[in-house]
Ligand binder design. Sequence first.
Ligand SMILES: NC(=O)c1ccc[n+]([C@@H]2O[C@H](COP(=O)([O-])OP(=O)(O)OC[C@H]3O[C@@H](n4cnc5c(N)ncnc54)[C@H](OP(=O)(O)O)[C@@H]3O)[C@@H](O)[C@H]2O)c1
Length: 254
Amino acid sequence: MAGVLNRFEGKAALVTGGSRGIGLGIAERILQEGGSVVITGRKQESLDEAAKGLNAGDRLLTLAGNASHEDHRAEAIELAMDKFGRLDHVVGNVGINPFYGSTLDLPLDTARKVLDTNVVSTLGLAQQVWHRTWKENGGSMVIIASVGGLKSAGPIGIYGTSKAALIHLTMQLSDDMAPGVRVNAISPAVVKTRFAEALYVDKEDEVARAYPIGRLGVPEDIGAAAAYFLSDDAAWVTGQNLVADGGSGHTKTV
Ligand SMILES: NC(=O)c1ccc[n+]([C@@H]2O[C@H](COP(=O)([O-])OP(=O)(O)OC[C@H]3O[C@@H](n4cnc5c(N)ncnc54)[C@H](OP(=O)(O)O)[C@@H]3O)[C@@H](O)[C@H]2O)c1
């Protein structure tokens, strides 16, 4: 139960896109378990609001910037190293989904942007942390993928393609950075956040019926899963993709 465990005492984490939604849920869990956290997001205003809600004093730092900018990623890593003296855990949570429609009509510049932000930037983040500290000191990483990466994704095809790439990247990085660093992915179905609002607002009961657990996901669900993967409880687990979907992925649909 949140708050009972203390798995992150003396540890420091970086959560990208931590000002709301899933990233905020993960940051909150790490803080509850005694860790220190840097959260990022593009808007300082949202970061300030998150910091106010988290009320974690000097165990929480914020940095505004775009996850797809190499300099911003370097600054976020440096902030943790400088103020916390270490960076044990990284959550690559930022993901964008700007296009809804047929993949056959998808502008290729949009495809490049999605793949750049969702995949290339996550790889860049891993490379930068590796060279800055993990090569010597080890650590653990969680990548937020999606059930959209497990099968064809209808009108969000390039998003699904990027998430499939992240699931593969998780396996690749878990090999490349072993034995000192573990890397695991989480693939959520619908979690109640601003990002997914269009999928459930005004029809939540109806949407929830597709879930054997009987409800949609909430950021705390993903926070708990990420905390497990990041912590030593998962010391022998790497390269895995946890499907957190309220049971919806294996129910009979036809
Ligand atoms: N919610 C779901 O149902 C669901 C399901 C499966 C997977 N996911 C994945 O979960 C991750 C988080 O989604 P969410 O639902 O929590 O979204 P959300 O509530 O919209 O939160 C997104 C967070 O990322 C930040 N952000 C967005 N673009 C950014 C960028 N380019 N650089 C830096 N920060 C950025 C946002 O802050 P700013 O706007 O201030 O930048 C915010 O903190 C995504 O990778 C998404 O694909 C979500």
